[in-house]
Design a protein around this ligand. Structure first.
Ligand code: GLU
Length: 524
């Protein structure tokens, strides 16, 4: 039976691809495209290919390519074929395939399905303006389409410049059944003789994309809706080249909350910036999948494993998906709360180091915010608090971080939330120490009382529960607990919001706690 199933799935091997251009960093929208293509492939036991579309030589860089691979690895969207992974249909980088494209360009030229166009930029632009003024489509005029190949080659030899255009002889509407948008139709006449190369050695995006999908045996193209308008040209090229047709799924755009185009303010930022701010890959994936896809019920939490089981393109919506930063933050907080404290600590330490609060005593460890480097050895290291030069261990830091696990929305917040454990307070003010209408005198009294009580506690009894047992009744006696506990908490943290005063005193230890109360008394 098993054999039967595997032979059925073999027969219709699904192959998708993600085809970024390395002309910038991957943004959330690009990553969502990759995710949907990946999930569709994996849900169908298929193959997920990564292809680098670097034909735009001026704008493509190897740095961007590296960053793209790093982003995909970070979120766990690992490709089955592509750069760094051997595959049967490479090369997977367009810049390495110029010979292949040249061969197909020549084929189209020889078969009179493409032609050299000698029109100058100026000429084309003037004609375009004329068409616009007449309310016509801006398709190419057709001026050069009847220049014979031998004549064109002669002119090029003599130094004239020419591009290559597809000779569009299609009359019937180009129709395809988009897996998300349904039947989609284009009038080929409005597209006209579109350009496919600047020359035999410089093919353009639309052309290479078609060749590669064929060469790499892609069966399904899952990509953003911004590529819908390229699809009819690509289908016409496939037909002209004798390639078999593909299935398309164009994903709805991601919109800003006001339904405008996503801007830098709302999510149109590199994914790696989210990593560097302390978003967890699991949270990002969960967030992205819900931008356009919905499960059958109202569940909101999905791991990539569940998604591979459940994802289907049928449940992808047609309309734009609205980016909701609060939802992302909520999800990130959710995943942070669910981490084991050791894991959370390992993930937070790079931020504390980057924030110059602590450093590793062994200087040999590379300090990068990359989980792969941080995982293993963190627990064994000793850490130096930079300002005080004290040496602490992992468990001490874990204790501090655990106080904030419930309220962290992103890992980077750990620096501002916990800096006072590592540094002298710099911004203590009487106003901050004041609970409700307390007078300065009353604050002073509270702090003095605290000092007296705390000084009497033996160092071995200095634990959270003991401190609470001793201080709570005193606070109750004052009629309003805040009168004792607020000035205590603020004198220890210098902050309006922090963990409980008992937690703070416990972690800071007796000596530092009393020292900070004395410091607070000084400003009164
Ligand atoms: N290289 C194109 C882009 O980065 C993708 C084209 C496609 O997926 O067909 O937008």
């Amino acid at each position: 039976m098993d054999q039967l199933i595997s032979s059925i799935s073999k027969k219709e091997d699904i192959r998708t691809r993600f085809a970024p251009s390395p002309t910038g960093f991957l943004q959330l929208g690009n990553l969502r495209t990759a995710l949907f293509a990946y999930l569709f492939a994996k849900n169908n036991n298929g193959i997920f290919v990564l292809r680098i579309e670097d034909t735009d030589k001026e704008r493509s860089t190897t740095e961007y390519e590296k960053a793209i691979l790093e982003t995909l690895k970070w979120v766990g969207l690992l490709w089955d074929e592509g750069p760094e992974v051997e595959g049967a249909y490479g090369p997977y980088r367009q810049s390495e395939k110029l010979d292949v494209y040249e061969k197909y360009l020549k084929q189209l030229l020889n078969e009179n399905k493409a032609f050299y166009c000698f029109c100058s930029e100026n000429e084309l632009e003037t004609y375009r303006q004329y068409q616009l003024s007449q309310g016509q489509s801006t398709a190419y005029s057709g001026k050069c389409r009847n220049i014979s190949l031998s004549e064109a080659e002669k002119r090029i030899k003599e130094g004239e410049k020419a591009i290559i255009r597809f000779k569009n002889m299609v009359i019937e509407p180009v129709i395809f059944d988009d897996m998300i948008r349904g039947k989609t139709e284009f009038d080929p006449q409005l597209i006209g003789d579109f350009s496919i190369a600047r020359g035999l050695r410089s093919p353009l995006f639309n052309f290479c994309n078609v060749i590669d999908d064929f060469d790499m045996k892609i069966t399904h193209v899952v990509r953003g809706e911004d590529h819908v308008s390229n699809t009819p040209s690509q289908i016409m090229l496939q037909k002209a080249l004798g390639f078999s047709s593909l299935k398309y799924a164009h994903l709805p755009m991601i919109l800003a909350p006001d339904h405008s185009k996503l801007s830098k303010r709302h999510g149109a930022v590199p994914v790696l910036e989210y990593r560097d701010k302390g978003y967890l890959p699991e949270a990002l994936i969960n967030f992205l999948v819900l931008l356009g896809w919905h499960p059958e019920d109202d569940r909101e939490i999905f791991t990539i494993k569940n998604l591979v089981k459940e994802f289907s393109l049928d449940r992808v919506q047609k309309s734009g998906a609205v980016f909701d930063q609060q939802r992302l933050d909520w999800l990130n907080g959710f995943y942070i709360r669910n981490l084991a404290i050791e894991n959370l600590t390992k993930k937070c330490l790079p931020f504390l180091i980057e924030g110059n609060l602590i450093k590793i005593v062994e200087e040999s460890i590379p300090l990068q915010l990359i989980p792969a480097v941080t995982e293993e050895s963190w627990q064994e290291q000793k850490y130096e608090i930079i300002e005080t030069k004290e040496i602490v261990d992992f468990s001490y830091l874990a204790k501090i971080i655990s106080l904030y696990q419930q309220r962290l929305k992103k890992l980077s917040e750990i620096v501002d939330l916990t800096d006072f454990f590592f540094k002298e307070l710099s911004s203590l003010s009487v106003e901050l120490l004041r609970w409700k209408q307390m007078s300065n005198e009353e604050i002073k009294e509270s702090l003095k009382k605290l000092k007296e009580i705390l000084e009497k506690i033996k160092p071995e009894d200095w634990q959270k529960q003991n401190l609470e047992n001793i201080l709570m009744p005193e606070a109750e006696k004052m009629g309003d607990r805040g009168k004792l506990l607020w000035p205590l908490r603020v004198s220890l943290s210098g902050k309006e919001f922090s963990a409980s005063p008992f937690d703070l005193a416990d972690v800071l230890g007796k000596e530092k706690t009393i020292k900070r109360i004395k410091e607070a008394l000084k400003i009164l």
